[in-house]
Design a protein around this ligand. Structure first.
Ligand SMILES: *Cc1c(COP(=O)(O)O)cnc(C)c1O
Length: 355
């Protein structure tokens, strides 16, 4: 497809490729081989423990086709190591990171012909692990299933670079100190969905999550990390994001943007950000955005609470936001030198070069 053509919309996570990779673990035998099969329904006992007590974790990473015909995963080791930490938090067995990465490579290679190549498109890989032992006792399962499936996707927000409205609820929280907020587990998402519905009912696209204890500090946006640009009294623009904690998920894109911004010469600071810092009349916050694998970089235009509405900056996508999004996409789609060694070419794949 040549640049400028409008690709047919794929949406996000609605369609799946032909194959999947599956491996099983038991206490007696540990991990069995990770095998490639057709993408098809799983057979589970109705008492599979994941269905009752929620031992379920997942990852999300993308494979990008470059114009020269290479297919590359973006920082898969980051996801592999996070998957191991999520497993530990949910008392699940660790999948060795090299097995995780090899499984992603296997699936991306098998379905390389199904990687979409239009503007902003990619192959989203969804590795996950669930407890499958048939048992209703409340304890860690003794059997698990690991699988990777894949979905050809557009950017998560179809509108592209438009700024979104975000909803900051009273009272409801995503994560509390000592809880599972830093693990990528299914239950964190389940607990967020009623609030997401409340956001949509209030004309917003995502939830701005505040901390559990004081309900004052910004933590995340939906299932994305939060950033803002702050103009200092001496006229410098700093990039600011909340520091990682056990209530903030350590995003791959968060980490990547911190490094890209520093490389572009911006001051980057990890520190607490109060909601009031954005909503004050004399706010020095000029831009805000959220970031994650699915959506890349999403500008935040308006913050709504049950008490009112505040524009962030002039309400439009900011310059630094756009620069970071473009810089990241240039690396991911192979249009720019990969100075950090983030792109992980899938061995044995060469796609047709695109014009
Ligand atoms: C997955 C996720 C993110 C983003 O992580 P990336 O690795 O950048 O995709 C941020 N917050 C939460 C809660 C998440 O689940």
């Amino acid at each position: 497809m040549s640049a400028g053509d409008d690709p047919a919309p794929l949406g996000f996570g609605n369609r799946f490729t032909s194959h999947m990779v599956v491996a099983r673990w038991t206490t007696e035998k540990g991990w069995g081989p990770a095998g490639l099969t057709g993408h098809r329904p799983l057979e589970l006992p109705p008492t599979a423990m994941a269905l009752h007590y929620g031992q379920a974790i997942f990852e999300g990473l993308k494979a990008y086709a470059a114009a020269d015909g290479t297919l590359a995963l973006f920082r898969p080791w980051f996801n592999a190591e996070r998957f191991a930490r999520s497993a530990a938090r949910l008392a699940m067995p660790e999948l060795p990171p090299q097995v995780f990465v090899a499984a992603c490579e296997t699936l991306a290679r098998a379905d390389a012909d199904e990687v979409p190549r239009g503007q902003g498109q990619s192959l989203y890989l969804r590795p996950f692990m669930i407890a499958v032992e048939p048992n209703l006792g409340v304890r860690p399962s003794r059997e698990y299933l690991f699988a990777v499936v894949a979905s050809p996707v557009d950017h998560f927000f179809a509108g592209g670079g438009e700024a979104i409205d975000v909803w900051c609820p009273d009272g409801l929280i995503r994560a509390a100190p000592g809880g599972t907020g830093a693990a990528k587990c299914a239950g964190n998402y389940a607990g967020s969905l009623a609030t997401k519905a409340e956001a949509l009912a209030n004309g917003c696209q995502e939830v701005l999550w505040l901390d559990a204890l004081e309900h004052r500090w910004i933590e995340e946006l939906g299932a994305m990390n939060f950033f803002c640009a702050v103009r200092t009294p001496d006229g410098e623009t700093q990039l600011v994001t909340p520091a990682l904690s056990d209530t903030i998920l350590a995003g791959n894109i968060r980490d990547s943007l911190l490094r890209l911004a520093a490389g572009l010469g911006h001051r980057v600071t990890e520190r607490p950000v109060a909601l009031a810092e954005l909503t004050a009349d004399d706010s020095r916050v000029t831009e805000a955005f959220a970031c994650g694998t699915a959506a890349s970089v999403v500008p935040i235009g308006v913050i709504r609470t049950p008490r009112g509405r505040t524009l962030v900056g002039d309400g439009r996508p900011g310059k630094l936001t756009a620069a970071l999004r473009d810089e990241l996409a240039a690396v991911q789609y192979g249009r720019q030198h990969d100075a950090h060694g983030w792109m992980h070419p899938v061995p044995g794949v060469s796609l047709a070069p695109s014009p």
